[in-house]
Design a binder for this molecule. Structure first.
Ligand code: SF4
Length: 274
């Protein structure tokens, strides 16, 4: 499926011409590949191989990966998993060599529980996900998709490739962007049978009704899955982090409408990891 076909009426900021070129060349636009501790959500603490894709359809105010919005001519590859010995390679990376790189990393001495497809927004390059997933699974790693959950058509095109869906629920007052609830609900619905959790990053000034709207929707569509509240980390000029007492209040709000509500901050930042 071409990138323009699954966008529908969604207005977005990604470089569509560049994405189309990457797809035509059977390649992927990347930011980096590295091995690290998963620091978000219920799988926190596992060792994952992170494949960070270039391009995003959103511009969250608290975005901690501004490189995703930069037209990078090259990306960085960690040559030895976990050693931070990066080398630069040209964008876009051909899918054949990308699969070789991931296969080599997964079959080395460091055991990875999963390949985390992250970004940016990985669903902007579904053709790459379809090639990478069998490589990861054949090497014994699960495929974890970190998504802003706006591109439901693209999700459907890779659904059978994904083992874990880490779905962000973007709080509008924190991101400065509209919430695409219709797409979120479709992805939640279509991900039945796949391990799924929803993660909402909230700031100090996030109003109660936005938390409640997210928690109520998750409770209605997938009442059995965890709803993760992630207090926003201070980054750059973004300092609107919630106080400890506000974190407890927000959890209590969400727990009133959903059974499984967990507060998990970004653990990789607390421990000085990437
Ligand atoms: S979805 Fe993620 S990568 Fe994209 S702007 Fe928001 S925080 Fe940044």
């Amino acid at each position: 499926m071409g990138v323009s076909l699954f966008l529908g009426s969604h207005s977005m900021t990604a470089d569509l011409a560049r994405l189309a070129t990457a797809e035509r060349k059977r390649s992927a636009d990347l930011v980096e590949i590295f091995s690290a501790i998963q620091g978000e959500g219920p799988r926190t603490g596992e060792r994952h191989l992170f494949v960070r894709f270039l391009h995003c359809d959103m511009k969250c105010a608290y975005c901690d990966t501004p490189a995703c919005h930069t037209p990078l001519d090259s990306w960085r590859l960690e040559r030895t998993p976990g050693r931070r010995d990066f080398e630069r390679r040209s964008n876009p990376e051909p899918l054949a060599s990308l699969c070789d790189i991931v296969n080599l990393a997964l079959r080395g001495p460091v055991r990875h529980a999963a390949v985390s497809l992250t970004g940016g927004e990985p669903l902007l390059q579904p053709w790459a996900i379809r090639d990478l997933a069998p490589v990861a699974r054949a090497a014994g790693a699960r495929v974890l998709l970190e998504t802003d959950a706006n591109l439901d058509g693209a999700f459907d095109s890779v659904r059978d490739c994904i083992d874990i869906v880490s779905m962000d629920w973007k709080i509008p007052s924190a991101t400065g962007e509209e919430v695409r609830k219709d797409a979120h609900v479709r992805i939640l619905d279509h991900a039945r049978g796949i391990e799924t959790y929803v993660k909402a990053v909230f700031a100090g000034s996030t109003p109660d009704h936005e938390i409640l709207d997210a928690a109520r929707t998750v409770a209605r569509v997938r009442p059995e899955i965890p709803f993760i509240l992630q207090p926003v980390s201070a980054f750059g000029t973004f300092k609107d982090t919630p106080t400890p007492s506000r974190v407890l209040e927000v959890q209590e709000l969400a727990m009133a409408v959903h059974a499984d509500v967990r507060v998990i901050p970004q653990v990789h930042r607390l421990s000085g990891q990437l």
